[in-house]
Design a protein around this ligand. Structure first.
Ligand code: TTP
Ligand code: MG
Length: 391
């Protein structure tokens, strides 16, 4: 079956979110990144600012020279991560097989969804409408038989564009022919420079070179280029099968009625769960407390935090609160456990949520203790070191 691959990439992502949230910024050149007067760079610029030649990765001093009347704003990563999560949620409602590529883009394998959503164009329009309705933002979509072409296509009619690539090989070759070599996804600035030395400026120029010559010139990368130039790409869309949850439970020999003992057990379990979470490079936002009373079924209570976490302290605090809330109605406990879920990549956390100074300080100490434990357990294996108060 012919594949149908979409690539969706949001328009001026960070800047568009700021414009969405502050109407005064709409229609203005908005530059997200370091502030003028510092040595930092531009993260991104609104399309109004791009007119002045301002773009990602440019030194902020250079941006300021080009656009002194721009509005310069420092990024709010926590906010952008949250929108990113909502975006991926929308993708997941169109296909279970989607592959996030960065904070604002993903591949979607839409093969076989015609009966559900209509033609490829109609499907792309539905995704675009969902992004508009639910996020009040715009994205651009490439529709193609593979990832390479979908990725290239999403960039062709930005902002808010839908670009359909032909599906027949002959037409694909013709479609690629006039494009500059730099547009071929996978060819960086260095390779483009090198190809220029051989007189290769367009993808058509690359198509015209005999394959042996490509292999002679580019060695191992030769066959790769040989396929790329004709838009051939078999790589599957790889849903990263996100880890659903990380958890730990403890069953007591005898029922426990002592709240302090339960808290101590939770401390130990939180230490283990947080270590495993960090080891996997994950951060989660939903914490679940599970318990079983003597003859009863398992029960669980969850809390979803406004930010993602990976430290013992941050996991322990909500489970202890949940346990204390439930405690008046709990008799004796046979089993207790906690788990973390709601992972989303390695997004940054918002430390500012811990507003009280004391809490922040205590959290910092805990984070240090966690780091130390990670190092020790790497060196000596599990159980190499315990925190005071741990059972
Ligand atoms: P991009 O999708 O590359 O850019 P964009 O969404 O801002 O604009 P476009 O319409 O061209 O897609 O990157 C997504 C976000 O990632 C971007 O809004 C800011 C961030 N980013 C950086 O912080 N630094 C960078 O160098 C780049 C390229 C992006
Ligand atoms: Mg983008």
């Amino acid at each position: 079956m012919k594949r149908l691959i979409f690539h969706v990439d949001m328009d001026a992502f960070f800047a568009a979110i700021e414009q969405r949230d502050n109407p005064e910024l709409r229609g203005k050149p908005v530059i997200i990144g370091s502030l003028p007067g510092t040595r930092g760079v531009v993260s991104t610029a609104s399309y109004e600012a791009r007119v002045y030649g301002v773009g990602s990765a440019m030194a902020i001093s250079q941006a300021y020279k080009r656009c002194p009347h721009g509005v310069y704003i420092k990024p709010s990563m926590g906010k952008y991560s949250e929108v990113s999560r909502q975006l991926m949620q929308i993708f997941s409602e169109f296909t279970p097989n989607y592959e996030p590529l960065s904070v604002d883009e993903a591949f979607l394998d839409m093969t076989g969804t015609e009966k559900l959503f209509g033609t490829p164009l109609e499907t792309a329009q539905k995704i675009s409408a969902a992004i508009g309705d639910r996020l009040n933002l715009t994205g651009s979509i490439g529709v193609a038989p593979n990832k390479l072409l979908a990725k290239m296509a999403s960039d062709m009619q930005k902002p808010n564009g839908i670009t359909l690539v032909p599906f027949e090989q002959e037409q694909i070759t013709a479609f690629l022919k006039p494009l500059p070599i730099r547009k071929l996804w996978g060819i960086g600035a260095k390779t483009a420079e090198r190809l220029k030395l051989y007189g290769v400026e367009t993808i058509g120029d690359l198509q015209a070179i005999p394959e042996e010559k490509l292999v002679n010139t580019f060695g191992n990368s030769g066959p790769h280029f040989a396929r790329l130039r004709f838009g051939i790409d078999d790589r599957p869309v790889q849903n990263r099968d996100p880890q659903k949850s990380i958890g730990r439970e403890h069953t007591f020999q005898e029922d426990v009625r002592d709240l302090a003992q339960l808290k101590q057990t939770l401390l130990k379990l939180a230490g283990e769960v947080s270590a495993r979470t960090r080891k996997k490079g994950l951060k989660g936002r939903t914490i679940t407390l599970t318990y079983r009373e003597s003859n009863f079924q398992r029960r669980s209570v969850s809390r979803t935090l406004p930010h993602t976490i990976d430290s013992t302290y941050e996991m322990l605090t909500p489970v202890i609160e949940m346990l204390e809330q439930k405690w008046p109605s709990i008799g004796a406990v046979r089993l207790i456990g906690l788990s973390i879920s709601g992972f989303y990549g390695e997004e940054s956390t918002q430390l500012s949520l811990f507003s009280e100074e004391e809490e922040a300080e205590s959290k910092e100490n805990w984070n240090k203790a966690d780091q130390l434990l990670d190092i020790v357990s790497k060196k000596f294996g599990k159980g190499g070191m315990f925190r005071g108060g741990e059972v």
